[in-house]
Design a protein around this ligand. Structure first.
Ligand code: NAD
Length: 513
C-alpha cells in the first residue's frame, strides 16, 4: 500500500479546528467541513472547556499514520458540571413534550445522519482506523437506533392492573432524568446512538462522554443533533483527555439519575461501586470472551465464513468478537486449513485505501497486548498457521493471525485479545465444550455451529451468556436486546428493552371510585 501524507482539508467555509496544531497531516475531503468540531457541545453550542478546567486541548491522532489530526477541548469537572446544569434545566421541558414531538426530532436527526453518512464514515476512519466501508456501515447501524427509537418513543405504554372494587391501579412509565453516557473508541458512532436515542425518546436529557481516542465522531453527531433542532441542553457532549474528573462529576452529582457505560469490565466495576453513593440507575456493557463452537456436524463453510467475518470486523476490536474458537477434533484439521485459506485473502492497510479489510489497531497499548497474547501462546506450544507478528507496514498494523493448538492455560483463553488473532482450541464432547465455554467470569456473546436441532437448543440454553449466534455470527441489530450477564454487564441496549433502561415506573392507585 502506498501511504500518502494526508492533510486535513482546511475547510473553505472555515472549520473550527484550532490552527495552532501547526501540522496539516491528515487530509480527508468532506462534503460538509462544518461537521468537524473540536469543542464541547453544551447547552446547544460548541464551547471550549471552562477556564477552571484549564481551557486546555488534547491531541487526537490517526492510528493509521499516527499523525496528529487535531486538538480537542480538554473538559474536566467544571465543564461537566455546567453540562449537567444545562441538561437538568432542559429536562423539565423535554420530558413534557409529547412522544410524537420527541419522535420527530429523532427522525430529523436520523435523516441527517443518513445524508452525511459518507462524511461521518471518513471522520471515523481517520480517528479510529477501521476501513471506510466498515465505518460507513457503522454509521448506518448507528443511525438505525435513532430511527428505531424515534418509533419506539410512541410506544412507551403503561399498564392498568386489576385492583379492588373501589380502586384503580395504574403504572405510568416516566423518564429517569439526566443521563450520563460514557462510550468507548471501538464503535464511536453506534455506541453513542444506541444510548442517546432511547434516552431522548424516553424524555431524558443526556451528557455524552466519548472516548478521548475518538471524540470527533461524537462531536459530528452532536452537530447534526443541533441541526435537527434538538432544544439546547437536551444533548450535550463533554470531551476530555482524562476520564476520571468527568466521570467523577457524572457519578457524584445528585441530578444525574442514570449512567450508561460501554467499555472495559475494570472501569465498569469502578463506576458501579461509585454509583452507590447517590443510588443511580446503571447500565453496563462490558468486555466479553466469546466462545465460538464448531460441532462435528456443522456446515464448515458457513462456520469458516462466520468466524472470519466475526473475528476480523473492526480488526478484532469488538466486545462480541470470537475469542475462543472451539473446534471438534473430528473436523479440526479441515476447519483450520479452510480458515487459513480465507485469512490469506485479507488485506491490511490504511482504512482510507480501497480494498483494505483490516486497518491499524487503536494504539500502542492495544498492539502490545495482541503481541503479548501471541507470544504467550507460542511459548506454551501454539502453532502459527499464518501471521503471528506485527505487519511489515509497521506502526499499529498487525498481521491477521491464526494459531492452532491453543489451550486453556494461555492468556487468550482468559482475557480479550482485542486484535486480529484466531486461536483454535480442540475439544471432544458436548459436555466438555460447554464446561470450558462457561468457565469464565464473562458472559456476553457465544456462537454455535451445528446442524443438529436438538443439540442446538440444548447447548444454546446451557451457554451462560446474554446472546447466542446459532449458525450465524453477525448478531447485532437495533431490534434485539444486546447485552451480557456475569461480569459482561447489566442491562440491555436496542429493542423495547433498551428503552426500558431509561424509564422508571410510577404506580398510581386511585381510590373512592
Ligand atoms: P475503557 O473502559 O478504557 O473506556 C471506555 C470509556 O470509559 C471511555 O470513554 C474512557 O475514556 C472512559 N474511562 C476510562 N477510564 C475511566 C475511569 N477510570 N473512570 C471513568 N471513565 C473512564 O474501554 P475502551 O478501551 O474504550 O473500550 C474497549 C472495551 O469496551 C473492551 O473491553 C470491550 O469489550 C468493551 N466494549 C463492550 C461493548 C458491549 O456492548 N458490551 C461494546 C464495545 C466495547
Amino acid at each position: 500500500f502506498t501511504r500518502v501524507q494526508r492533510t486535513f482539508a482546511t475547510s473553505s467555509e472555515g472549520s473550527h479546528f484550532d490552527e495552532s496544531c501547526g501540522r496539516n497531516t491528515c487530509e480527508i475531503t468532506l462534503r460538509d467541513a462544518q461537521l468537524l468540531k473540536n469543542q464541547c457541545l453544551i447547552g446547544g453550542e460548541f464551547v471550549p472547556a471552562l477556564k477552571e478546567d484549564g481551557q486546555g486541548l488534547f491531541d487526537v491522532f490517526n492510528p493509521a499514520t499516527r499523525a496528529l489530526i487535531t486538538k480537542v477541548s480538554n473538559g474536566g469537572k467544571h465543564t461537566t458540571r455546567l453540562a449537567i446544569e444545562k441538561a437538568n434545566e432542559s429536562f423539565k421541558s423535554w420530558k413534557k413534550l409529547t412522544a410524537t414531538e420527541r419522535s420527530s426530532f429523532l427522525r430529523k436527526w436520523f435523516d441527517l445522519i443518513i445524508q452525511h453518512s459518507e462524511d461521518l464514515g471518513k471522520i471515523m476512519t481517520i480517528e479510529q482506523g477501521k476501513p471506510l466501508p466498515e465505518a460507513i456501515g457503522e454509521v448506518l447501524y448507528g443511525a438505525s437506533f435513532v430511527e428505531f427509537f424515534a418509533e419506539e418513543a410512541k410506544r412507551m405504554y403503561g399498564d392498568i392492573i386489576p385492583a379492588g372494587a373501589k380502586t384503580r391501579a395504574l403504572v405510568i412509565p416516566e423518564p429517569v432524568g439526566v443521563c450520563g453516557l460514557v462510550t468507548p473508541w471501538n464503535f464511536p458512532c453506534a455506541m453513542l446512538t444506541r444510548k442517546a436515542a432511547p434516552a431522548l425518546a424516553a424524555g431524558c436529557t443526556v451528557i455524552c462522554k466519548p472516548s478521548e481516542l475518538t471524540p470527533l465522531s461524537a462531536l459530528a453527531l452532536g452537530e447534526l443533533g443541533v441541526r435537527a433542532g434538538l432544544p439546547p441542553g437536551v444533548f450535550n457532549i463533554v470531551t476530555g483527555f482524562h476520564a476520571q474528573p468527568i466521570s467523577d462529576e457524572l457519578m457524584s452529582h445528585p441530578a444525574m439519575r442514570k449512567i450508561s457505560f460501554t467499555g472495559s469490565t475494570a472501569v465498569g466495576k469502578k463506576l458501579l461501586s461509585q454509583s452507590a453513593s447517590t443510588v443511580k440507575k446503571m447500565s453496563l456493557e462490558l468486555g466479553g470472551l466469546a466462545p465460538f463452537i464448531v460441532m462435528e456436524d456443522a456446515n464448515l463453510d458457513d462456520a469458516v465464513s462466520g468466524l472470519v467475518a466475526c473475528k476480523f470486523r473492526n480488526n478484532g476490536q469488538t466486545c462480541i468478537s470470537a475469542n475462543r474458537v472451539y473446534v471438534h477434533s473430528k473436523v479440526y484439521d479441515k476447519f483450520a486449513e479452510r480458515v487459513v485459506e480465507k485469512v490469506k485473502t485479507l488485506c491490511v492497510g490504511d482504512g482510507l485505501e480501497p480494498g483494505v479489510h483490516l486497518g491499524p489497531l487503536i494504539n500502542e497499548k492495544a498492539i502490545d497486548k495482541v503481541e503479548r497474547h501471541v507470544k504467550d501462546a507460542i511459548s506454551k506450544g501454539a502453532k502459527v498457521m499464518i501471521g503471528g507478528s506485527r505487519h511489515r507496514l509497521g506502526g499499529l498494523f498487525f498481521e491477521p493471525t491464526v494459531l492452532a493448538n491453543v489451550t486453556d492455560s494461555m492468556m487468550m483463553s482468559c482475557e480479550e485479545t482485542f486484535g486480529p488473532v484466531i486461536g483454535l482450541f480442540q475439544f471432544d464432547t458436548e459436555e466438555e465444550v460447554l464446561w470450558r465455554s462457561n468457565h469464565t467470569n464473562y458472559g456476553l456473546a457465544s456462537y454455535l455451529y451445528t446442524n443438529d436441532l436438538a443439540r442446538a437448543w440444548r447447548m444454546a440454553e446451557s451457554l451462560e451468556c446474554g446472546m447466542v449466534g446459532l449458525n450465524e455470527a453477525m448478531i447485532s441489530t437495533c431490534a434485539v436486546p444486546f447485552g451480557g450477564i456475569k461480569e459482561s454487564g447489566i442491562g440491555r441496549e436496542g429493542s423495547k428493552y433498551g428503552l426500558a433502561e431509561y424509564v422508571h415506573l410510577k404506580y398510581l392507585l386511585m381510590g373512592s371510585i
